[in-house]
Design a protein around this ligand. Structure first.
Ligand code: AMP
Length: 396
């Protein structure tokens, strides 16, 4: 299904100043980029613009800027060497988000040149101008270009100056990454081939309520693992010890179990420990045998088999949220086993930042229909909500 939104391919880019909003919000540890997936995901659009003789002006955010001390640790110049290497060409970094030097540099660009401005959220230090979509800022950034392309799926559920603001002042379209996200997810969400199941995990029930409400009637089953499962198990009367609980949403969980109890499949066994750091003894227990000090840290082998029986029978799977505390190796087996069982002849959409990075880092990058790059944005889409950064883009 082709999206009705204008795309970068609908424009003549030759000699035009093309502003591309990319998502270089990469994880950083010890002043190093920990994972360059986001840079790689942006390459197709940037290369297309370069190959079509555009003057390419890149904008991205990196982390949050709340106070002076956030500036240096979220300096976007960290991505320049890797970006330049991946593009096989120099990328000029401007250590500013606006001003005469930026304007002069843009004026002197040649077709095929690439410049990257400083982190758009540097503008948040002075009154949240970027995140609050300050009208003057969006207009200013738009004045630097002739065409605006939004390719930052990860922030498209937010209305910021660097997406909605700029798009309101320039001819605009989406890039290849957003196009891929829309075309992979929309038809599946709207019209999934049956049997259609949803797998949910992760920490909080609250974050998944929108997804459950939107899809519960379409899905034949919802398999629930991860930290959120213990709230459901407690609602069913089991002892879950010190496992993660979302007490604020207990009423919602009770209603759901009452109305859709036969669709909701919960863990029957779990890995337990008395701490979550991986340094204490680990046991595999049936849920009914959990005691007061146990913390459920991953689904157990019987649950993997149970979930597999639903997965192998399915034609469409949407998955959001890991099955355990997968960041710790000893608690990652449930997530990995479920990923392994998903590979096969079915549509599989994986959304949510943590689940997507687990899938990619565990070696499943090419095995599924779609692994969404946006955490919050993919959750909003799965919940059936409109994303402002995409809504603002012109129709073809
Ligand atoms: P979410 O953003 O809601 O998808 O949550 C992802 C987080 O859930 C990851 O950081 C996991 O470590 C965490 N998580 C998954 N299973 C558990 C669990 N059993 N107990 C605590 N946290 C969990």
């Amino acid at each position: 299904m082709e999206t009705s939104k204008k795309c970068i391919t609908d424009f003549k880019l030759d000699n035009k100043r093309v502003i591309i909003r990319v998502d270089f919000n990469v994880p950083i540890k010890n002043k190093q980029i920990e994972d360059d997936n986001r840079i790689k995901e942006s390459l197709e659009t940037i290369k297309y613009a370069i190959d079509n003789n555009a003057k390419v002006i890149l904008l991205s955010h990196l982390g949050r800027i709340k106070e002076e001390s956030d500036l240096e640790k979220n300096n976007l110049n960290i991505v320049v060497p890797r970006l330049s290497e991946l593009l096989s060409k120099p990328v000029k970094f401007m250590d500013a988000t606006r001003g005469k030097e930026v304007e002069d540099t843009v004026d002197n660009m040649n077709p095929g040149d690439v410049i990257l401005l400083q982190n758009t959220r540097y503008e948040d230090l002075d009154g949240n101008k970027e995140s609050g979509n300050d009208p003057e800022l969006g207009k200013y950034w738009a004045s630097l270009g002739d065409i605006f392309i939004n390719d930052a799926f990860g922030t498209s559920h937010r209305s910021h100056a660097s997406n909605v603001g700029i798009a309101s002042h320039l001819p605009n379209g989406i890039g290849f990454l957003i196009k891929k996200e829309l075309e992979a997810m929309l038809p599946t969400i709207e019209n999934p081939e049956e049997p259609f199941i949803i797998i949910l995990g992760g920490a909080k029930v609250k974050d998944k309520i929108g997804v459950i409400n939107n899809l519960v009637n379409k899905a034949s089953n919802i398999l629930i693992g991860g930290g959120m499962a213990y709230t459901f198990l407690k609602a069913k009367g089991y002892k879950v010890g010190n496992s993660l609980l979302d007490n604020d949403n207990m009423d919602y969980v009770n209603d759901l179990l009452e109305n859709y109890g036969d669709k909701i499949i919960l863990p029957i066994d779990t890995l337990t420990s008395i701490t979550v750091d991986g340094n204490s003894d680990i046991y595999t227990k049936d849920i009914k045998d959990m005691n007061d000090t146990d913390i459920g840290v991953d689904i157990g082998p019987k649950t993997v088999e149970l979930f597999k029986s639903y997965i192998l029978n399915s034609k469409t799977v949407i998955w959001n949220g890991p099955m355990g505390i997968f960041e710790i190796d000893k608690f990652s087996k449930g997530t990995k086993d479920i990923l392994t069982s998903l590979v096969g002849n079915r549509t599989v959409i994986i959304g949510g930042g943590d689940t997507s990075s687990a899938a990619i880092n565990m070696g499943f990058a090419k095995d599924f229909t779609h692994i969404s790059t946006g955490g919050g944005a993919s959750l909003e889409m799965l919940a059936g909500n409109k994303l402002p950064g995409i809504e603002v883009i012109d129709e073809k």
